[in-house]
Design a protein around this ligand. Structure first.
Ligand SMILES: CC(C)(COP(=O)(O)OP(=O)(O)OC[C@H]1O[C@@H](n2cnc3c(N)ncnc32)[C@H](O)[C@@H]1OP(=O)(O)O)[C@@H](O)C(=O)NCCC(=O)NCCS
Length: 156
């Protein structure tokens, strides 16, 4: 379901647990929610928020450096950038990521963006390949450290 600014504490808590090696400040999540709330989702199990997905319009081939606030969305965006998807371990393997990716495709379609892009963290390459995301050349990924890849797929 759609995320709002009131979900920030839960998003931060999950990010800290799931992405300990790739820390981002609360300001980054708040920034994305403020710039493009329609691209931000949370996953609930009962009353608990157990996952989130953050995305926003962006430009192909230009992954956003880790832990960086954006001043604005770009003119002439040509992709929906999947900033992050994270599920707590108890929420995995239940189809939530498939639902989240369907929601993202719908957002991209509605925004007229033909491509979804992302940075695949180490250990997730096989997952993203199976979801149809292929490695593509891009600007620097240095802020993420070794073992990451920039990927894109069309929304069809
Ligand atoms: C990546 C993530 C969102 C996937 O969610 P999930 O609920 O575990 O995924 P699903 O169970 O829907 O998996 C779909 C398929 O991908 C496979 N898969 C899941 N994680 C995988 C991985 N790391 N490598 C290879 N395959 C994987 C599953 O086995 C499943 O296969 P199936 O369709 O044959 O059953 C979740 O594992 C997660 O939050 N991981 C930690 C955060 C993270 O790495 N986020 C991505 C940052 S780039």
């Amino acid at each position: 379901m759609q995320a709002g600014l009131e979900d920030l504490p839960d998003i931060s808590r999950i990010a800290a647990e799931v992405h300990a090696g790739y820390p981002e400040s609360d300001a980054v999540f708040s920034n994305r929610l403020s710039l493009f709330e329609p691209g931000c989702f949370v996953c609930r199990m009962g009353k608990q928020i157990v996952g989130y997905l953050i995305s926003h319009p962006w430009r192909c081939g230009q992954p956003v450096p880790l832990d960086t606030e954006l001043t604005a969305l770009p003119q002439g965006a040509d992709c929906l950038y999947l900033h992050d998807i994270a599920l707590l371990p108890a929420a995995r393997g239940k189809g939530a990521s498939s639902l989240a990716l369907q929601a993202v495709k719908q957002v991209a379609r509605q925004a007229g963006l033909p491509v979804i892009s992302l940075v695949a963290l180490p250990g997730t390459e096989a997952y993203w390949s199976r979801q149809g995301f292929e490695a593509r050349p891009c600007t620097s990924l240095e802020s993420y450290g070794p073992g990451v890849s920039y990927r894109e797929r069309g929304i069809l």
